[in-house]
Write a protein that binds this ligand. Structure first.
Ligand code: ADP
Ligand code: MG
Length: 400
């Protein structure tokens, strides 16, 4: 998708204005609702800074979790403290941050009317109202009535046609922020890579959840590496023994179609050539390395083997553009994390334009502590994958 520049935040006029910004503060929290990962809050700073520097009043709205009703567990209040800390650390010249414990209505309006320029208000979780997900027009209108201008910057929710994502833009002037620009530019760089080869590594647990991603990428990439549990379905389609590893028999036809498209297009599909296997994923006595590509009867593949790590890195190094989605093993267990960690570190060292997307894949990059080695870490999860699949994302369509 190509966004129309005229909607970019830098082309708006925000001086003295009340600006309602849809951010993605759907942050992970612990049992006391303390924020355990600040990435999404950090990613919202650039747009906030721009508005503060333009003397605006900034009103932040977001969802968090999937609440059925108003509850402390899903309140956005704990974000306030983290946001203040990050604003200070990044020398952003704001006036004050306040939290308002609702997101629509008279009380919220009154609080906002008291705001000075350079103040920031965080409103309570949008999803405490069912109307948000229903894209209810009245609700969207109420949100819009709180401000003069709307800025959309919640890339992680941009595939949802919700009131705060699309509905609100019917009522006030609208723009997109820096995070959306960065995400779309980076994913476009992958999808329309002018520099070749484009190498993609797709892993994760299921072929079925990645069908559309694979269908899209097979028409774009030069080399496609397959890891994770998905790889066993690919190996089985080639007639190889995979022991008791996870397999999706109902996807063998699809995988064979993919092989034949690859063949026609001259795309190289690279599969693991050795594996880490165990007798039982939960209760294993020893961790075994296979000697070759096949997996003995009764054993289960849980990670790629050392030869595969080398082989994958060799192919990744050929890339001028690299896209990675999906861990290559059950990396949540450190006994099975080596493949994924080595791949993360390996990609980080390569000189290329490197994008990683997907919730678990980004978690793996963080776990390997190699965030800096990536050109772009897509915070979008589901949204990033839908973008790669070539789907139209409702929250972006308003900017075409
Ligand atoms: P992302 O969130 O980055 O898109 P996925 O959700 O598709 O990634 O895949 C992540 C999951 O895949 C992880 O939970 C991981 O344990 C699982 N996985 C990877 N390799 C295997 C394997 N060999 N067997 C079972 N599960 C695997
Ligand atoms: Mg996942």
């Amino acid at each position: 998708m190509i966004l129309n520049q005229k909607y970019f935040i830098e082309n708006g006029e925000f001086f003295n204005k009340k600006v309602i910004v849809r951010v993605d503060y759907n942050v992970p929290t612990d049992k006391d609702n303390k924020v355990t990962d600040e990435t999404r809050i950090l990613k919202s700073l650039k747009t906030i800074k721009f508005l503060i520097d333009n003397n605006a009043k900034v009103i932040l709205i977001s969802h968090k979790g999937r609440p059925k009703e108003k509850s402390k567990k899903d309140s956005l209040e704990p974000v306030k403290e983290v946001l203040e800390k990050l604003l200070k650390e990044n020398n952003i010249n704001y006036n004050k941050v306040l939290f308002i414990d609702d997101c629509v209505g008279e009380k919220v309006k009154n609080e906002i009317d008291k705001m000075s320029n350079k103040d920031i208000a965080i409103l309570e979780n949008l999803r405490f109202y069912k109307e948000e997900e229903d894209n209810d027009e009245e609700f969207a209108k109420k949100l819009a009535s709180l401000a003069d201008i709307y800025v959309s910057d919640a890339f992680g929710a941009i595939h949802r046609a919700h009131a705060s994502i699309t509905g609100i833009a019917k009522f006030i002037p609208f723009y997109y922020g820096y995070l959306i620009k960065e995400e779309v530019d980076s994913l476009n760089y992958v999808l329309h890579a002018k520099e070749k080869p484009l190498v993609a590594l797709i892993g994760g647990s299921k072929v079925s959840s990645k069908i559309d991603v694979l269908k899209s990428l097979i028409n774009k990439v030069d080399i496609l590496l397959i890891g994770g549990a998905m790889a066993y379905t690919f190996l089985k389609a080639k007639g190889l023994d995979i022991g008791k590893s996870l397999v999706e028999n109902d996807r063998l036809v699809f995988v064979n179609e993919l092989f034949s498209i690859a063949n026609q297009k001259g795309v190289e599909i690279v599969l693991p050539c050795d594996h880490i296997v165990v007798e039982d994923v939960e209760n294993y006595k020893k961790i075994i390395k296979t000697s070759g590509i096949e997996i003995p009867e009764n054993l289960i593949g849980v990670d790629i083997g050392p030869k595969t790590i080398k082989e994958f890195i060799k192919y990744l190094k050929k890339g001028k553009v690299i896209f990675w989605n999906g861990p290559v093993g059950i990396f949540e267990n450190k006994d099975f994390a080596k493949g994924t960690m080595e791949i993360a570190k390996g990609i980080a060292k390569i000189k290329a334009f490197k994008v990683v997307g997907g919730g678990d894949s980004v978690a793996a990059v963080n776990q390997a502590k190699v965030e800096k080695g990536f050109s772009h870490i897509s915070t979008g999860g589901g949204a990033s994958l839908e973008y790669i699949e070539g789907k139209k994302l409702p929250g972006l369509e308003i900017f075409e």
